[in-house]
Design a protein around this ligand. Structure first.
Ligand code: L3W
Ligand code: SF4
Length: 434
């Protein structure tokens, strides 16, 4: 498969983030087309295209939009306002696609927001951005101001009678606020902790009103779908995973970065574009979609990177954050670092995750330091089993993925840590042994 730059097609152009540049690349043409038709027609287009959410779960975007009560003259709905919220709180370890998109092409997202808000009949939309990324916030704010000045936002968008206000909101830097209901709590000014679902946000979201929460890349994909049409979108990828997407390669790879391609490309193919694993080394393990997805090894190089292919191979496509680790990496140390992240970011609401991630870290530290035992490996699996499927939200489940999958593929390396004198990758080990 080849690369398929759609979202990233003009990122390397000078000042790609400005309205002028966007207008030179079909900018806001999709909005004009959408406003010429009905909101329902936009929902049907996105449904027919088969766009799946790019935030990790792959839920069908058009279907999610259709859950919103369709208020209009002939469909009165429940009288509550509708909201669109873009989840731009990207913080899954290794995940780095939404921030580059918003830096290079903020108007793609803004145009997607306006079309999506029109489709779900929302008069107010929010982009919830991770607070630490000030350059992204500034770039978005500038793009939104440009869009207001040009008549794409505000009252009577392009003379269509449709009104929309868009607010760029800075979060305060908690990974859990990427969970959609914790994000909504945070947006309402409360401490960000997940809510019980159902009700899903589409029924009772922001201020208990019908709300669509979508990932940045999902919304940014909408203008090209509206312009190109569902058939064009479906000409890429597979039947159940159609279209193009951003794959983010990081770690021990010659040329890390964003590689936009049809869904279903393999890591072997992507590595050819990225110059391969860094010179002189071999691939040891990798994540298909961030650290919350079970790791893969060399034997998975030809797995199609779409929802079905990765699922059938025992992992999840997740955020398509392909973190590459070569033969110099200690698996125990890598898993410890990820687990420390989850323990730190656990919101503390439910016991399996709050207590479990703490104890996982203690055991992994012992193992990494060379003082673990065989019983510790059993304990890691026991605790993971207590967290998995018994936690309140996906953070807990995600924390168990690297542990369980690394024990499946690299159990011997865990054992080597306590069979010898600590980490086999520690250059001081031979000295310690004497
Ligand atoms: C209405 C129903 N809506 C589901 C909606 C739901 C949500 C979407 C997907 O977790 C995953 C997680 C992480 N009526 C509905 C409905 N919905 N049933 O569909 O829902 P769900 O529960 O399948 O997933 P989620 O809660 O959105 C996301 C994984 O992604 N992940 C983490 C990603 C981190 C980032 C980041 O840092 N940016 O994205 C990586 O793999 O583990 O499994 O909107 O409301 N009946
Ligand atoms: Fe909070 Fe973890 Fe429970 Fe999610 S699983 S609600 S992050 S304690």
């Amino acid at each position: 498969m080849t690369l398929a730059p759609v979202l990233s097609r003009y990122w390397d152009q000078p000042n790609s983030w400005t309205l002028d540049s966007y207008l030179r690349h079909d900018g806001y043409q999709a909005l004009r087309k959408a406003l010429d038709g009905s909101p329902d027609a936009v929902i049907e287009t996105v449904k027919d295209a088969g766009l799946r959410g790019r935030g990790g779960a792959g839920f069908p975007t058009g279907l999610k939009w259709s859950f919103i009560p369709q208020t209009s003259a002939d469909k009165p709905g429940d009288g509550k306002p509708h909201y669109l919220v873009v989840n731009a709180d990207e913080s899954e370890p290794g995940t780095c696609k939404d921030m580059p998109l918003m830096m290079a092409a903020p108007h793609t997202l803004v145009e997607g927001v306006i079309i999506a808000a029109y489709a779900i009949r929302a008069a107010k939309a929010f982009i919830y951005v991770r607070g630490e990324v000030v350059p992204v916030l500034r770039r978005l704010q500038t793009a939104v101001a440009e869009a207001y000045a040009a008549g794409y936002l505000g009252r009577n968008v392009l003379g269509s009678g449709f009104d929309l206000d868009l607010v760029v909101h800075a979060g305060a830097g908690a990974y859990i606020c990427g969970e959609e209901t914790a994000l909504l709590d945070s947006l309402e000014g409360r401490r960000g902790q997940p809510r019980l679902r159902p009700p899903f946000p589409a029924v009772a979201g922001l201020y208990a009103c019908p709300t669509v929460v979508n990932n940045v890349e999902s919304i940014a994909s909408v203008p090209s779908i509206v312009l190109g049409g569902p058939e064009w979108f479906r000409s890429m990828g597979s039947e159940k995973s159609p279209g193009f997407t951003l794959y983010s390669l990081s770690g021990h790879v010659t040329t890390p970065g964003q590689y936009e391609a049809e869904l279903g490309i393999t890591l072997r193919e992507l590595l050819e574009y990225a110059g391969g694993v860094r010179a002189g080394h071999t691939l040891k393990f990798w994540t298909p979609g961030g650290s919350s997805t079970p790791i893969f090894t060399e034997e998975h190089l030809d797995v199609p990177l779409d929802y079905e292919g990765v699922g059938a191979a025992g992992s999840m496509l997740g955020t398509k954050a392909l973190q590459i680790f070569d033969d110099t990496t200690c698996i125990v140390r890598a898993v410890l670092r990820w687990t420390e992240f989850y323990a730190h970011e656990s919101c503390g609401k439910c016991t399996p995750c709050r207590e479990g991630t703490y104890w996982l870290v203690q055991i992994l530290r012992r193992l990494e330091g060379g003082t673990g035992t065989e019983a510790d490996l059993t304990k890691l699996l026991d605790i993971s089993d207590t967290i998995l499927g018994k936690s309140f939200c996906a953070l807990g489940d995600g924390a168990t993925s690297p542990i369980m999958s690394s024990l499946k593929y690299f159990r011997e390396e865990y054992v080597a840590h306590f069979d010898g004198n600590g980490c086999p990758f520690d250059p001081r080990r031979s000295v310690l042994a004497t």
